[in-house]
Design a protein around this ligand. Structure first.
Ligand code: SF4
Length: 228
């Protein structure tokens, strides 16, 4: 790219407000990944609760395989709530952290049964009361299951919004979430975060140098071509 073009791009980027930058990035990602969605398989809300717990430090692809065995053995909230924790652990072990995940899933299903009539609550603060459910999981449930505003600050989201300059040097998930709420339109948040996951896996990668030369937001990104 010629130096004059680079200067023009930098000038444009530096003169955008954070809201304008967010809007432009959202547009570009929507165009690039029109069908982006959650990559955890589920057909009922409680299953997404289980999967999102299993997904900690594990790939979504592996979780999607493991839950098939789990649901073959325990097909509903009641059977999982009654299940022996050791038996759950044996099945979910391939996802790592087997004991704590099995314990949380068991406690979460018990609480769903005893306090919510076996249903997943559609309230963010109620979701946070469930064992093993943090802000990231609660936001995912709110956005994907209930179609409500959500910002899911997973590792891809945090890395990418920092690189792009949507936030400045913020790594703590809750702080990133709060910063994004200020600049991302609420109705865009859930899809935007799913698209960040796609982009983070394919282009703006963590383990290799990001592929800025084939990035759809390269003319907007603060880190384009800059070594970290
Ligand atoms: S330009 Fe590079 S650093 Fe910026 S979002 Fe794209 S791939 Fe990531």
């Amino acid at each position: 790219m010629k130096e004059t073009e680079q200067k023009a791009i930098r000038w444009r980027r530096e003169n955008l407000s954070k809201e304008e930058l967010a809007a432009a990035v959202i547009d570009a990602l929507r165009w690039e990944y029109p069908g982006a969605a959650c990559t955890l398989d589920y057909n009922q809300a409680w299953k997404l609760l289980v999967s999102v717990r299993l997904a900690a430090q594990c790939t979504d692809a592996r979780v999607n395989v493991v839950v098939e065995d789990l649901y073959a053995r325990f097909p509903d909230v009641h059977s999982l709530a009654c299940a022996d924790v050791d038996e759950i652990e044996k099945i979910v072990k391939p996802c790592g952290l087997g004991h704590s995940k099995a314990r949380d899933i068991s406690a979460c299903m018990k609480m769903l049964e005893s306090q919510y009539g076996g249903c997943v609550p559609d309230d963010f603060d109620e979701l946070l009361k469930l064992p093993g459910v943090g802000r990231k999981s609660a936001n995912l449930i709110m956005g994907d299951v209930f179609g409500k505003p959500a910002i899911v600050t997973d590792t891809h989201c945090i890395r990418l919004v920092n690189r792009m300059g949507l936030v400045d040097g913020i790594k703590e998930p809750k702080k990133v979430e709060m910063a994004l709420w200020k600049i991302v339109p609420p109705e865009e948040g859930s899809d935007f975060c799913h698209r960040l996951v796609y982009h983070g896996r394919d282009v703006c990668t963590a383990r290799t140098k990001p592929y800025c030369d084939r990035c759809c937001v390269s003319d907007l990104c603060a880190k384009n071509g800059v070594q970290e």
